[in-house]
Design a protein around this ligand. Structure first.
Ligand code: MIC
Ligand code: SF4
Length: 754
């Protein structure tokens, strides 16, 4: 079955005219990213060009995807928008709430028991509002979207930062907070600053141990976790065409790790093959009719430096396998240098676990290539040194991999086959012994490796690499093992060299599945009841955030001055806290508990300025709120990197924090703060961060004249009686300032509805 074919055909029908108009407006050949963006303007045909990195533009995305952990808050907000049905095709995927412990059959049942209330809520609210629901076990959102919904030249948003995975099928797919999804589902325009464009020219061809994952590990190493901020990364060149479609998905997926708005590839043979293999020949037929519009113009790819704001070239023939980490996905080390690098940094050499999965690397090809390594080891009599776990990306991938003997190959090595879900990637991993907090190393094929992410242990050194490298390193049990040059000892004492991985890009016998786990919504959902128990600890209906009182914020206290890296995992941890994603007050008890306090280098230990005592961050903030005292949060660079979870913005809003002032923001988090009615501000002068002391009090002096392009002024009153006045920049446009005034973007929608 092809979902939403009519919608796809409608989008394509508009393409020729819109691209024509865009070409006239821009006045030069177009990149693919520009074509997709200009073809999706809310106002139809463009009449003038937008300024990259400057113009705020209204778009009309074709679809919305949400996963269980973010959908709860998104849909609790959507309920308030007063709509009968979603305005564009939308789906919800139950994938984040399922724990990995002993293996799929037991784990899935346990998760169903534990999360019953939430799954029922998501299933019934989806049914009511016309949203497709993918049940627990159906697969990870981004793999399911790639297999069923993504289409070349389309534009979608999703309440998950790795929505960008659909760039593997030539989409512009962007991760957003739930409030953004509400705009689109409510039939309103979706606003984005017109992105800058980074071109990545791929030449040569992957060979040996190198895989698509290494392309993005290398790009992450070059651009770092903030190098892609505000930009779309467009891949092109012969090397790009030679990659498989799911390989392209891997590259786009991990573009979230460099802060990129999204990444994409032009429509090509690999996409045709993938669409056909996943039952979508009709999409191929429709796309072929406008194929020239579904890739960048020839002139652009011939002379990329004239059209992209930044250009990177990578020769795939020379690319070495990479291992990135620990603690950050942009610390890249080529495999040949790992032994030296690890001993220099005192990283534990012994690999305890190898994990293959996550939305990044859980395709049929990924499993097949990794299995080819495992098979060799088993045949050669090599006993694996580390434990092994796998999360297939979808039921279709799992079923097919089982039929083709791939899972059996893994099982021969004692691999645990976990549920088709996020599992360890989001801390849903009941890892034995993690509570002992021992220093140890794990390797995985995921995208993120922030501290504590997989198992909650701050001393776990997690390294990101390709599935085939995970297999090799887990078998060797040694982080310094280089399969290209090193050998392993088998049970006869012989030295064995593994040969390079092989694996089918797509199953030769075709994909198969018995029950894909999809639940179609009711034709008319008006009678469907959505229940939220008043005493639930998991779900809580939302109250309106208060409107701005028109006054300056005065006598505000410093809640925390955060030191260094502060991802959304530090602001609103996942793992055990995922269970409160639908209950704002309960989840607020994790607010900023992972962030390091600049003044004592501790986490979750800040000074309460009213009592002088040190305490936990959420409790201290609740004390300020109870006393009617305003507060602010101060942070470093790329504050809020990582996930799209809007809880990281809603929690401070709910607990009464007024402003977040940092050196720089990650894109999604900055928008989330704005949407929830917070002040998201940056130091005009970065070194003013140093002027913030623990006992300071803060006064905003010119909030009444809050307007676009005009910095705000903050008065800092130090405890010794001296004062500083500093400037704070912001990126609010006029309508975003209205969100602040109304208390939140949702309040404004409600005002407009009435
Ligand atoms: C993640 O990978 O961090 C998540 C969990 O998928 C998040 C979404 C969330 O916090 O629920 C993301 O990437 O946006
Ligand atoms: Fe799930 Fe991990 Fe992908 Fe996030 S990155 S969607 S947690 S698999």
């Amino acid at each position: 079955m092809v979902f939403d074919l009519d919608m796809i055909k409608r989008v394509y029908a508009n393409y020729p005219e819109r691209i024509d108009a865009a070409r006239k407006a821009v006045g030069k050949p177009l990149t693919l990213s520009e074509k997709i963006l200009y073809a999706h303007l809310w106002d139809g045909n463009p009449s003038s060009a937008f300024e990259r990195g400057k113009s705020y533009v209204d778009f009309a995305p074709d679809r919305v995807a949400m996963q269980d952990a973010t959908a709860q808050m998104a849909l609790l907000q959507f309920m308030q928008a007063g709509k009968k049905r979603v305005a564009v095709p939308s789906t919800v995927h139950a994938d984040h709430l399922i724990q990995a412990r002993v293996g799929a059959s037991k784990d899935l049942q346990e998760s169903l028991n534990q999360n019953n209330e939430v799954f029922n809520f998501l299933s019934s609210i989806s049914n009511k509002y016309g949203i497709g629901f993918w049940k627990p076990g159906a697969g990870i959102i981004h793999q399911v979207v790639l297999e069923n919904y993504a289409f070349p030249g389309g534009m979608m948003i999703g309440t998950d930062s790795h929505t960008v995975n659909a760039g593997g099928l030539g989409m512009v797919a962007i991760g957003v907070g739930g409030a953004d999804a509400v705009d689109v589902m409510a039939g309103m325009a979706w606003e984005l600053k017109f992105p800058k464009l980074i071109g990545v020219k791929l030449t040569g061809k992957l060979n040996g141990w190198t895989s698509a994952k290494d392309v993005i590990l290398k790009v992450a190493d070059i651009l770092t976790v903030k190098g892609g901020t505000g930009a779309i990364v467009e891949y092109f060149g012969d090397g790009a065409i030679s990659l498989s479609c799911t390989g392209k998905g891997t590259i786009c997926n991990m573009g979230a790790e460099i802060g990129a708005t999204t990444s994409t590839f032009g429509y090509d043979e690999s996409m045709r093959r993938y669409l056909a293999a996943t039952g979508r020949e009709e999409v191929v037929k429709a796309a072929d009719e406008i194929a020239e519009h579904l890739t960048g113009d020839k002139e652009v790819y011939e002379n990329p430096s004239l059209y992209f704001d930044q250009l990177i070239e990578i020769n795939l023939s020379e690319l070495e396998p990479h291992i990135n980490g620990p603690f950050t996905p942009d610390r890249g080390t080529p495999v040949s240098k790992m032994k030296a690098e690890a001993s220099l940094n005192d990283w534990p050499m012994k690999v305890e676990w190898g994990l293959i999965g996550s939305c990044t690397n859980s395709s049929y090809e990924d499993l097949a290539r990794a299995a080819s390594i495992v098979k060799q080891a088993v045949a050669a009599g090599i006993t694996p040194k580390a434990e092994f776990g796998i999360n297939p990306g979808s039921e279709q991938v799992r079923y097919t991999a089982e039929r083709d003997g791939i899972l059996a190959d893994f099982e021969k090595m004692g691999t645990k086959i976990f549920t088709n879900a996020c599992g360890p990637c989001i801390g849903q991993w009941d890892r034995e012994g993690a509570e002992k907090q021992e220093k140890n190393t794990i390797v995985h094929s995921f995208n993120r490796n922030f501290s504590k992410r997989a198992d909650g242990n701050p001393n776990t050194h997690a390294f990101v690499t390709s599935p085939e490298m995970v297999a090799a390193l887990a078998i060797a049990g040694d982080l310094g093992f280089n399969p290209i040059t090193d050998t392993l000892l088998n049970n006869k004492g012989e030295h064995v060299k593994l040969t390079a991985p092989v694996g089918d890009e797509l199953p030769t016998k075709g994909f198969a599945v018995e029950d894909n786990g999809y639940q179609a919504p009711a034709e008319d959902g008006s009678n469907v009841e959505v229940k939220v128990a008043a005493d639930s600890s998991r779900l809580q209906l939302l109250d309106n955030f208060p409107t701005w009182d028109g006054q300056n914020i005065t006598d505000a206290k410093l809640l925390i001055k955060v030191k260094g890296k502060c991802t959304t995992d530090h602001i609103s941890m996942a793992g055990p806290w995922l269970k409160y994603r639908g209950h704002l007050d309960n989840i607020s008890n994790n607010m900023l508990i992972g962030a390091v306090n600049f003044f004592n280098d501790k986490t979750n230990d800040v000074k309460n300025q009213l009592t002088g005592a040190y305490g936990e961050v959420p409790a201290t903030q609740r004390a300020y709120k109870a006393a009617g005292v305003s507060s602010i949060v101060v942070g470093d660079h790329n504050y809020g990197e990582g996930s799209s979870r809007e809880h990281a913005a809603m929690e401070p809003r709910h607990l009464g924090v007024k402003a977040v002032i940092v050196k720089s923001f990650a894109r999604i988090h900055e928008t989330n703060l704005k949407k929830q009615g917070m002040l998201a501000l940056t130091f005009a002068n970065e070194s003013d961060y140093d002027k913030i002391h623990e006992d300071d009090t803060f006064n905003f002096v010119d909030l009444a004249s809050f307007s676009p392009e005009k910095p705000l002024t903050l008065e800092i009153c130090h405890s010794n009686g001296t004062k500083d006045k500093i400037q704070l920049n912001h990126t609010y446009n006029a309508s975003q300032i209205e969100w602040f005034k109304a208390g939140s973007a949702l309040n404004l929608i409600k005002l407009m509805e009435n």
